[in-house]
Design a protein around this ligand. Structure first.
Ligand SMILES: *Cc1c(COP(=O)(O)O)cnc(C)c1O
Length: 328
């Protein structure tokens, strides 16, 4: 499949304007001081539904034909994509079913149900949830809109890259949370087309980093899915990956892996220094800077991707817990 182009991303920006928030960028005094280079935070966790995934879901739903919209949309999701798709489908008047594994936190499940989507809880992994999606597509004719490996989803997430270049044309380094790679593929495509010298760094948790393992192997591989503070970064990239593996391989300069304690420290820094509530998967850019795991070549942008964390878990991490086990 063809990589997503800057023109597709620009078309997505026109399509979703007025449906999603244009999020601001803020300088971080504390991180700039720490790194000895200007650090800016892209405040995408302020997006409606609490995560960037509304951009891709909205672009995909608005790109459906009338006939497809009438059949309804379906996805497997660790939470934020399901929530975004439910929101976008409701706005467009389309039926939406979300299939998810038992690992998904209750707060995320509740939020999706509140948006009027039908929920299916299936199995212990993203792969099990996906089998139900395939069945609904085959037997009920629903349109599958996956969380990352789809051109309209990638183009929608890429609109964040357009905003970063507009707000900070001389960015040297952009830190992007990385799971299935829809976010970083779109952002990298938008940025590299306009500023090819900008370094794009993907950041995942060490516990179950499927894209990193796939890049190392040279092809998509499966990794064991483990509970992590960065739950929105969990899940595989799909052995039949069509787009994001190839785009990440071609466009991303480096991938960094973090421990649970490093992610917890990132969440604490966001809260106590920046006054921002972040979920684990969204704090990885800040966490990588704090851990000294990325070269501090500035100006640096850390993309903060979501804030949908259970508040009791967040409180325990703020009190000093360094991971899920300690926080339990
Ligand atoms: C989905 C998600 C990511 C990762 O996005 P991918 O496109 O799967 O790489 C990062 N942060 C948050 C908050 C997410 O919901």
């Amino acid at each position: 499949m063809e990589a997503v182009t800057i023109s597709a991303i620009e078309a997505a920006a026109d399509r979703i304007a007025g449906h999603v928030r244009r999020t601001p960028m803020a300088n971080s005094a504390s991180l700039s001081e720490l790194c000895g280079a200007p650090v800016h935070l892209k405040l995408e966790h302020w997006q409606e539904t609490g995560a960037f995934k509304l951009r891709g879901a909205t672009n995909a739903v608005l790109s459906l034909s009338d006939e497809e919209r009438a059949r309804g949309v379906v996805a497997a999701s660790t939470g934020n994509h399901g929530r975004a798709l439910a929101h976008a489908a409701k706005k467009a008047g389309a039926r939406c079913t979300v299939s998810m594994s038992k690992l998904v936190p209750q707060n995320k499940l509740d939020a999706i149900a509140a948006l009027g989507a039908e929920i299916r809880i299936v199995g212990n992994s993203q792969d099990d949830a996906q089998i139900e999606v395939d069945r609904l597509a085959r037997e009920d004719g629903m349109v599958p809109l996956p969380p990352f490996d789809h051109p309209d989803i990638i183009a929608g997430q890429g609109t964040i890259g357009l905003e970063i270049v507009k707000d900070l044309p001389d960015a040297e380094t952009v830190l992007v949370p990385l799971s299935g790679g829809g976010l970083i593929a779109g952002v990298a495509a938008a940025i590299k087309a306009q500023a090819p010298g900008t370094r794009i760094v993907g950041i995942s948790m060490a516990r179950g980093a499927a894209m990193q393992a796939s890049l190392a192997a040279g092809h998509p591989v499966e990794v064991k899915e483990l509970p992590t503070l960065a739950d929105s970064l969990g899940g595989g990239i799909g052995l039949d990956n069509r787009l994001t593996f190839q785009m990440v391989r071609d466009l991303v300069d480096e991938v960094v892996l973090l421990t649970e304690a490093e992610i917890a420290a990132g969440m604490r820094h966001a809260y106590f220094q920046e006054r921002e509530i972040l979920e684990g998967g969204a704090a990885v850019g800040i966490a990588a800077l704090l851990a000294g795991k990325v070269e501090a070549r500035g100006p640096i942008v850390a993309l903060l991707s979501g804030r949908n964390v259970a508040m009791d878990l967040h409180a325990r991490i703020m009190a000093g817990a360094n991971g899920l086990e300690e926080a339990a």
